[in-house]
Design a protein around this ligand. Structure first.
Ligand code: ADP
Ligand code: MG
Length: 217
């Protein structure tokens, strides 16, 4: 798959919403261990709102659709993680010219911009045991795939794998940011909840591309 039409991008966000909602219990369990236990609830609330709003979204560009999804997350989730996961989709919107299809040429710079903005706000460095440890490698995989001239699905597969690997590595880190900070070395052995969410999100994007590709061959 080289590109998604606007309707397909909407469907992809629907799949992403289902995936995150389906992992609510897992996210809660992890955040109960090294946080305050609300990450699953917050993510599920945000993506339930996305699911509900998607059919009503009237965006005529991919850029505007990403922004609307992000704004919906931001409003529904609230709090620090609402800003973080909202920004993930909101702030890429100005990184490329308005487009009604999504190819790697758009996705890579959009996600790079959103990573930069999340890092600017949160002041994170890699290894702080946050979602950046998963999202950073995912974005780098997208950029590398773009350079190689990969298809969108191949790039999403690479990004998904990089996100998962980054998430796995957060198990080794001691938390230095957010509420988990208070747990410090006690957080070693447990992945960062936000990184797990990123991994679920990237996996859903790839799964949608793969499914659509298979249906069309
Ligand atoms: P809260 O920390 O307010 O309870 P959540 O539990 O929903 O919010 O989300 C926690 C996740 O937010 C963490 O696992 C981490 O990935 C992410 N996070 C926290 N602070 C930051 C930050 N400064 N930059 C990036 N991500 C962060
Ligand atoms: Mg929490």
């Amino acid at each position: 798959m080289e590109r998604m039409e606007l309707d397909q991008v909407k469907e992809m966000f629907g799949c992403m919403a289902d995936a995150v909602i389906g992992k609510e219990a897992l996210l809660t369990e992890i955040d109960e261990k090294i946080g305050d236990g609300d990450h699953g609830i917050g993510m599920a609330r945000g993506f339930l709102a996305v699911k509900e709003q998607l059919p009503k979204m009237e965006a005529v560009s991919v850029n505007a659709l990403f922004k609307e999804v992000g704004m919906t997350l931001l409003d529904a989730m609230g709090g620090a993680s609402g800003v973080i996961f909202g920004t993930m989709f909101i702030s890429g919107c100005g990184a490329v010219p308005l487009t009604d299809t999504l190819s790697l040429k758009e996705l890579a710079p959009m996600m790079k911009r959103s990573l930069d903005n999340i890092q600017k706000r949160g002041g994170d460095r890699r290894g702080d045991k946050t979602m950046i440890d998963s999202y950073g490698p995912a974005v780098e995989a997208l950029l590398a795939a773009e350079k190689r001239g990969d298809t969108l699905s191949a790039a999403l597969k690479a990004a998904r794998d990089a996100a998962e690997k980054g998430m796995e590595q957060t198990k080794d880190y001691s938390a230095r940011k957010g509420r988990a900070e208070a747990y410090g070395d006690y957080s070693v052995g447990i992945p960062d909840p936000g990184a797990v969410s990123v991994s679920i999100i990237m996996d859903a994007m790839y799964a949608y591309a793969k499914k659509t590709e298979e249906e069309n061959t």
